[in-house]
Design a protein around this ligand. Structure first.
Ligand code: F6R
Length: 248
């Protein structure tokens, strides 16, 4: 596991975007696994800026997102499809027919998850998976206690995650209670993983996830066992780790 210490959120976003753009330049027809949430927004902004300058070409890129709320249509401004479209897809020259998310409007959970696993297999797996880190150590919507061997599945969101997501909805009752998410096994099968973490409120979980025991109680801790993980975290998120972490 490589850890990069970023000075602040802007620096974190630039560093993460650099890693993603290197992937796209090295393999123009790569498969990017993407995440929503607040942390990667700056990364997407940086990628869009480099695309506009002519330094990046997404025309051959395929994307598969980590997760989607069950029951929200694509047009709902809180759906993850909408988020991806707003933050990246509509701003670069990506072929929309090669951008995939779980189908939130498929009411049959087994079918939705089976179909999504098939899509991930049919595109040849993920070259680089971008992740954010939840306060309880979740990755995707894999909450504490999740079995490490799961593929895409339907989850009941925890009260804490529902509360954390509330900021994106008018009221708590509007927050969906279920989501489809790639499982830990799916995430771990990506060739490379990039996880971005920002802010002092993540400092405890950063220490636990990357320096504590590997346990389903902290889903992100499994990343310690992947052979190509890069963590890009800002000073605040690393503030509870040893001073030397992430310095050259
Ligand atoms: C997003 C996702 C979540 C977030 C996590 C951190 O697709 O699956 O696991 O990455 O909740 O979210 P932020 O970045 O908002 O702190």
């Amino acid at each position: 596991m490589r850890i990069y210490r970023a000075k602040d959120y802007n620096d974190l976003s630039r560093k993460a975007a650099n890693i993603i753009s290197a992937q796209v330049i090295m393999k123009p027809n790569c498969v990017l696994g993407l995440a929503t949430g607040s942390t990667p927004i700056g990364t997407y902004q940086q990628l869009v800026e480099w695309y506009r300058k002519g330094d990046l070409d997404f025309s051959e890129v395929t994307t598969v997102n980590l997760d989607e709320y069950k029951g929200l249509p694509k047009e709902n401004d809180q759906s993850y499809y909408y988020f991806m479209n707003e933050n990246l897809f509509s701003k670069v020259n990506i072929d929309k027919s090669r951008t995939f998310l779980p189908d939130g409007m498929e009411p049959d959970s087994d079918k939705a998850c089976r179909d999504y696993n098939e899509i991930i297999h049919s595109v040849g797996g993920v070259d680089l998976q971008l992740l954010g880190l939840g306060h309880n150590g979740h990755i995707g919507f894999n909450e504490p206690g999740i079995a490490f061997e799961t593929e895409t599945h339907c989850v009941n969101l925890t009260e804490r995650t529902i509360k954390a997501n509330m900021r994106f909805f008018v009221s708590e009752s509007d927050v969906p209670r279920q989501a489809y998410t790639m499982g830990i096994k799916t995430i771990m099968s990506a060739h490379r993983i990039l996880i971005v973490v920002s802010g002092e409120d993540k400092a405890d979980i950063v220490k636990e996830a990357f320096f504590g025991p590997v346990t389903p109680a902290v889903p992100a801790s499994i990343l310690q066992l992947h052979n190509d993980v890069t963590v890009v975290a800002d000073e605040a998120a690393l503030s509870k780790c040893d001073e030397s972490v992430g310095r050259k």
